[in-house]
Design a protein around this ligand. Structure first.
Ligand code: FDA
Length: 309
């Protein structure tokens, strides 16, 4: 595939400290940050949740941070989730708001056992609060470990959810195996740069693989969560759900905070369950840069915001 120079530039900016400071302090760019990230605090996350729930949407909240090799940092992430889950319960939001957790943020790279223990603490708190947890999926070197930890968690908390990435060659088999009663599986295209030995690289191939997995999940007895903004896939998912006799509520759509918000509301208005993935926390910079790299229109908006006063 052709290299997109803007994408390369933005990803380079992601590692640049001067640009990071500029983005963090430029007044207009703060609005762009706010479009995709709910804010830095638990309070910000709860406020965004209330707005979306009032609009008929459900949410899953992600405390930003990944790739921790530091126990104290992993503990800080766990504490952030515990505090958030407490607030969701206290504010009566737990029936519409769950949490998404990246195992690398709670110590997976350091010690798998630590990641399992930390994820278990978050699941126990979610149970107390009356909601659920979904484990995000990261790069392909972590897939087996993450699915193993998910299996362990599901022994105690059968509602613990996982994510499959359509771009991986292995995923159709994983989707088939995980499409069982009570199994909550989010299907996404996949966001990491993977070698062609393990993943489809051509976008068209990824889309075809996504549709095969849609069929595998809808044909089974689980609860599929279709995470995509792709209008063609949203349409195919709707058609396939009807074909498999699935009623709205026996599966759901998921989209990111700030991405196609009018489509999120349109689907919810049509009676579908739509869950918005809300990232929040101090570590918003890398997340924002990945969103910029994905979509040229976002990048233009972002670059304009840096130069205008
Ligand atoms: P893609 O980016 O290919 O875009 C297809 C089409 O969608 C575009 O042509 C456009 O029409 C429309 N579109 C996309 N972005 C738009 C925008 N900003 N504005 C308007 N239209 C837009 N990944 C991962 O590896 N592990 C994970 O755990 C998760 N979790 C996750 C949760 C949720 C809720 C979502 C939505 C996504 C993820 N992802 C993820 C990310 C996912 O793998 C993928 O990188 C992005 O969702 C982008 O892929 P799309 O399916 O949206 O299509």
């Amino acid at each position: 595939a052709a290299v997109n120079p803007l994408r390369t530039l933005i990803l380079a900016a992601a590692g640049n400290d001067t640009i990071r400071r500029l983005v963090a302090t430029a007044p207009v760019s703060r609005d762009v940050v706010r479009r995709f990230v709910a804010g830095e605090t638990t309070e910000d996350a709860v406020t965004a949740t209330k707005d979306l729930v009032a609009a008929g949407l459900s949410v899953t909240l992600d405390y930003l941070g990944e790739d921790t090799t530091d126990r104290a940092q992993a503990e800080k992430t766990v504490q952030a989730y515990l505090e958030l889950l407490d607030r969701l319960r206290a504010d009566g939001l737990a029936d519409r708001a769950e949490v998404s957790v990246k195992l690398s943020a709670v110590g997976q790279a350091l010690d798998e056992r630590l990641a399992l223990d930390n994820a278990s603490r978050i699941c126990a708190a979610a149970e107390q609060a009356g909601t659920t947890v979904t484990l995000d999926m990261e790069d392909h070197t972590t897939t087996d470990s993450t699915l193993g930890i998910l299996r362990e968690l599901r022994r105690t908390w059968p509602w613990a959810g996982g994510v499959l990435q359509a771009y991986l060659h292995r995923t159709f088999d994983d989707a088939t195996a995980l499409a069982t009663e009570g199994s909550r599986i989010r299907l996404c295209k996949g966001a990491y740069k993977e070698p062609d030995t393990v993943a489809h690289v051509a976008p068209h191939e990824v889309d075809l693989a996504y549709v095969r997995c849609v069929n595998a999940l809808l044909a089974g007895d689980g609860y599929p969560m279709f995470a995509t903004h792709d209008p063609r896939l949203v349409e195919v998912i709707g058609e396939r759900a009807r074909w498999y006799g699935r009623k709205p509520g026996s599966y759901e759509y998921q989209m990111l905070y700030g991405v196609r918000p009018e489509e999120q509301r349109r689907l919810a208005g049509a009676g579908e369950t739509v869950r918005v993935y809300i990232p929040y926390g101090e570590e918003w910079y890398g997340y924002l840069m990945r969103r910029m790299a994905e979509k040229p229109a976002n990048t233009a908006l972002f670059l304009r915001s840096l130069v205008s006063k």
